[in-house]
Design a protein around this ligand. Structure first.
Ligand code: MLT
Length: 411
């Protein structure tokens, strides 16, 4: 009989959002008439930008004719998209990124999860607590951690606590680590790190020869000037950081799937024999071996996001969701709740009333007012006593949800 990868046995039963979905399905089964409003998983609800739809229609037509038909494309992505990314995301902000430093993919989740494959299994990792579970779970699967302790921590992982007391700003690790995952604007807390804070991390990585794995999936939601849109805005970051970006939250591509990862040339690690190697070459090797490129049609849709109309439409989408964030934030505050995030991110992170355990608050919200959110504890032990609501719902449901919380939820 074949052996399994035992590391999978270290993981809790199911992925956080599957567990939420399971509980909601069970509730629906026993309450078939419940009018459930879902503000749990951060999934968008508004249609794609018209510019992307038009571009994808055109691309479908190209696929219908022999002269314009496309088979396998370059695994790293088509130049037409990569050039637009460089121009609009980086060059405009004075950041110099080369074409062969960008790898287009089917989304940031896959890349954040897969990137650890090009790192040694003995590397130490640091994650914030709470954290987007993908960073941690994929390292557990790879065998880079020990087992899960009663305190909710995996042995061997450095947890960087983030809570209201430290303003959701993680302190530098006391013990040196090799790989550090940062997400800004943050999922799940919706909070951000200032330029000065990020500089601290870049300097730490330089001094300690660590690598930052920087998730910028929510950068389109930044409204405050002091929050960098890319880690590469910080001097020296190209020597120490890999950056993940996505069209999912920016342009509603959660179901369409397109993202990209920047692996700067010159970002190096040691082999077991001490020789130095480029992470860019390793990622290129992995990408070309395991991935056959994002669909041509989808890449055309992503390219259109950078057109003038596309940019206007994307701004309108982001404003729509951020108005939801304001409605949620202010609605909860008017009920006397403590809320965080929602200014530079589409997530509102709230303190549960009377420090109620977050899965209990999940049940209370679901049973009393039929609203689905995400329990903070699902993102790590420091998330206990907190709860996340997403601003990605549609307006009507967002308003109805806040009305229910304000007028029908008792605590
Ligand atoms: C979330 O709800 O945290 C997001 O949907 C996760 C994701 O983008 O995979």
């Amino acid at each position: 009989m074949a052996y399994i990868n035992d590391n999978y046995l270290k993981l809790p039963g199911s992925y956080l959002f599957r567990e939420v979905a399971r509980r909601v399905a069970a509730f629906k089964e026993s309450h078939p008439d419940a009018d459930i409003i879902r503000l749990g998983i951060g999934d968008v609800t508004q249609p794609l930008p018209q510019a992307s739809i038009d571009a994808m229609h055109k691309a479908v037509d190209e696929m219908a004719h022999q002269e314009t038909f496309r088979g396998y494309g370059p695994e790293q992505g088509y130049d037409f998209l990569i050039e637009k990314i460089i121009e609009n995301t980086y060059k405009k902000h004075g950041i110099d990124i080369a074409k062969n430093e960008i790898f287009v993919s089917d989304g940031a989740k896959s890349d954040c999860g897969n990137i650890q494959e090009i790192f040694g299994v003995n590397n130490t990792i640091a994650i914030t607590d709470p954290v987007y579970p993908v960073y941690l779970d994929t390292n557990v699967m790879a065998g880079r951690t020990g087992t899960l302790g009663a305190d909710g921590h995996f042995a061997g992982v450095t947890y960087l606590n983030c809570n209201a007391e430290n303003d959701f700003t993680p302190a530098l690790p006391e013990k040196r680590v090799d790989m550090i995952y940062l997400c800004c604007p943050n999922n799940p807390t919706g909070t951000t790190l200032s330029r000065k804070e990020l500089k601290k991390w870049v300097d730490y990585a330089k001094e300690n020869e660590s690598i930052l794995l920087f998730d910028a999936a929510y950068d389109a939601y930044i409204t405050e000037a002091d929050v960098p849109h890319s880690i590469y805005e910080i001097e020296g970051a190209k020597d120490v950081a890999i950056e993940f970006r996505s069209f999912s939250k920016t342009a509603g591509f959660t179901g369409t799937r397109c993202g990209y990862t920047v692996v700067p040339k010159g970002l190096r690690g040691h082999a077991a024999d001490g020789s130095l190697h480029d992470f860019n070459s390793l990622w290129n090797r992995r990408h070309t071996t395991k991935f056959n490129g994002t669909a041509y049609i989808v890449q055309r849709g992503a390219e259109a996001v950078f057109s003038e109309e596309g940019q206007q439409q994307v701004r309108a989408l982001v404003s729509y969701y951020m108005e939801n964030a304001r409605i949620i934030r202010e609605g909860l505050q008017s009920k006397g709740m403590q809320v965080y995030g929602g200014i530079n991110a589409p997530y509102i992170w709230l303190k549960t009333p009377d420090n109620m355990p977050s899965w209990d608050f999940f049940d209370k919200l679901l049973h009393e007012v039929n609203i689905v959110g995400t329990p903070g504890a699902g993102f790590g032990p420091c998330g206990e006593g907190y709860f996340r609501l997403t601003a990605f719902g549609d307006r009507e449901n967002t308003l109805r949800a806040i009305d229910r919380i304000k007028n029908k939820l008792h605590f």
